[in-house]
Write a protein that binds this ligand. Sequence first.
Ligand code: PEP
Length: 256
Amino acid sequence: MRKIYVAGNWKMNKTKTDAVAFALELKSKIEPFEKTEIVICPSFVALAPVADILQETRAGVGAQNVHWEVSGAFTGEVSAEMIESAGCQYVIIGHSERRQYFGETDENVNKKIKRVLQTCCLSPIVCVGETLEQRESGKMKEVVETQIKNGLAGLSTAQMERIIIAYEPVWAIGTGVTATPEQAEEVHGFIRELLSTIFDETIAENTSILYGGSVKPDNIESLLKQNNIDGGLIGGASLKVDSFVQMIEIAEKMGN
Ligand code: PEP
């Protein structure tokens, strides 16, 4: 059975104080949950305090970016080992905002994934997705296929067991426009087929593929009902404890 995730990407939001307050409140509210994998991804400065608070709970903590080198003269960068030592279990790689504003390429994504897999236990959450222009010009599948093939190039099936994929159509991120469940399902199914071609049937069947793009309490249920959608990577609606917990409750009730 594939794991179902409700994962929050806080982007550049919340001071350390705000993040700690959220984590304390989240901790007090997630005790009843038993099935859903809960993840929050705060900014670098809040990782360690948030991870300390959530240590004994079922919520994991992830970074939003990582560098592909172990250490050295890379001012402003943070290594996988540093992220792991802060108490994290996850790291987002290749988010469209990193690709759009910071020149992230599939080659960088691939190097970052490989580096992260050298750590003991960090799992990469690898983001892919097309822009509106690419979708409208009929290049959606081609774009996603290239991102998947190049991003995951050279990984073994054993390494793939640690990978989580997030399909995030760029036109749906932070815009309030969600892909319809059917639009999302079409791409999720396509990604799963790709995984079976590149790796094997077992990897395709077991890899969690999250959807991201204006997910909120109102629409998460219809998305999770789709066969190939295994959770959400959620920006805006993950910033308030109540809406974040509401989405976990919905995932739990759906019996995933
Ligand atoms: C994201 O940041 O990955 C995201 C999907 O944002 P939002 O939910 O706000 O669209």
